[in-house]
Design a protein around this ligand. Structure first.
Ligand code: F6R
Length: 242
């Protein structure tokens, strides 16, 4: 694993964006695996700026996102499709039909997951997968468990996640209770993995995930077995690593 330590969030974001930009420049028709969450927002801002400066062309890029809430449409401002449109897709020249997010409106979980696994396979494989890291070591919606789930699957959200999301919805009925997520094999099959972390709050889990035992209780720990991982973090998030 390669570790890039930066002094703050802004520099972390620039370093991560540069790695993605290099991928797009080296292989204009690459497949990018993308993530939502607060950490990559700055990375997307830098990519948008590079595009606006004329330095990047997304016209042949395909993107495949990690996850989506089951039951939410792309128009819902809490959906991950909406997030991606707002933070990246609508600002660059990626073709909308080449941007994939699991179909939150597909009620049949088996079908939604099969369809997504097929999309990943038919893309020819993910060249670079961007990841954030959950405080409990989750990647995508792969939460701590007794075994690693391999392929795209439907997860039941924990009550604490449901409660935390409740403030964004008019009623409890509308709060998503499940999500579709890529599995660990989908993620591990990416040729290159870029993981971004910032803030003191991530320091403990960064140490556990990348310097502790490989265990499904810390899903990100599996990344220790991938041969091309770049961890980009700020000083705070990397403060506890040996
Ligand atoms: C996002 C995702 C999540 C986040 C993780 C970290 O698509 O799958 O695993 O990457 O929860 O979130 P932030 O960046 O908000 O700390």
């Amino acid at each position: 694993m390669k570790i890039i330590k930066t002094s703050n969030y802004e520099k972390m974001s620039r370093a991560a964006a540069n790695i993605i930009a290099a991928q797009v420049i080296m292989k204009p028709n690459c497949v990018l695996g993308l993530a939502t969450g607060s950490t990559p927002i700055g990375t997307y801002e830098h990519l948008v700026r590079s595009y606006q400066a004329g330095d990047l062309d997304f016209s042949n890029v395909t993107s495949i996102n990690l996850d989506e809430y089951k039951g939410l449409s792309g128009d819902n401002d809490q959906s991950y499709r909406y997030f991606m449109n707002e933070h990246l897709f609508r600002h660059v020249n990626i073709r909308p039909e080449c941007t994939y997010v699991p179909d939150g409106l597909e009620p049949d979980s088996a079908k939604a997951c099969d369809d997504y696994n097929r999309i990943i396979a038919q893309s020819g494989g993910i060249d670079l997968q961007l990841l954030g890291l959950g405080h409990n070591g989750h990647i995508g919606f792969n939460e701590p468990a007794d075994s690693f789930e391999k392929d795209t699957h439907c997860v039941d959200l924990t009550q604490s996640t449901i409660d935390a999301n409740a403030r964004f919805f008019a009623s409890m009925d509308e709060v998503p209770k499940q999500a579709y997520t890529m599995g660990i094999r989908n993620i591990m099959q990416a040729k290159k993995i870029l993981i971004v972390v910032n803030g003191k709050g991530k320091a403990e889990i960064v140490k556990k995930a990348f310097f502790g035992p490989v265990t499904p209780q810390v899903p990100a720990s599996i990344l220790q077995l991938h041969n091309d991982v770049i961890l980009v973090g700020d000083d705070d998030a990397l403060s506890l690593i040996p």
